[in-house]
Design a binder for this molecule. Structure first.
Ligand code: ZN
Length: 131
């Protein structure tokens, strides 16, 4: 059964609150979607590459917890977007209703129980070469 508008509003509030909590913990710098790096002095010519990905990787390693929080933040954002879309309670794999009970337990879940089980049953690294 699809979610009622009232249930959707409840999830929206729940997720938005959790999102705000995480965003506050991470700080505005990390919670924001990727922006260009801060302005440099106008007198200096801007270097060709001013945002090396390596820097991000190191920052992530140094702060694994923040990386996890950031990941959750993304999932919460995606859930809020799906609520806005009207696709929140629909399984991304089979298109059936995920169900309010499952969403209640896992508000950021993307799949129904069946598809999730199938997804988890898949080998973690199917492309691993033999030998
Ligand atoms: Zn499904």
């Amino acid at each position: 059964m699809p979610l009622t508008p009232e249930q959707l509003r409840t999830f929206d509030r729940l997720i938005a609150r959790r999102r705000d909590l995480l965003a506050g913990k991470l700080g505005p710098e990390r919670a924001r979607p990727r922006d260009p790096p801060a302005r440099r002095s106008a007198d200096e010519p801007a270097p060709e590459v001013d945002d090396p990905p390596l820097e991000d990787a190191i920052a992530d390693l140094e702060d694994a917890e923040a990386a996890r929080d950031l990941q959750e933040l993304r999932e919460l954002d995606a859930a809020l977007a799906r609520i806005a879309d009207g696709t929140y309670d629909r399984c991304i794999d089979c298109g059936r209703d995920v169900g309010v009970e499952r969403l209640g337990a896992l508000p950021t879940t993307l799949r129904c129980v069946d598809c999730q089980r199938r997804d988890e049953a898949r080998p973690a690294q199917p492309d691993l070469p033999e030998g």
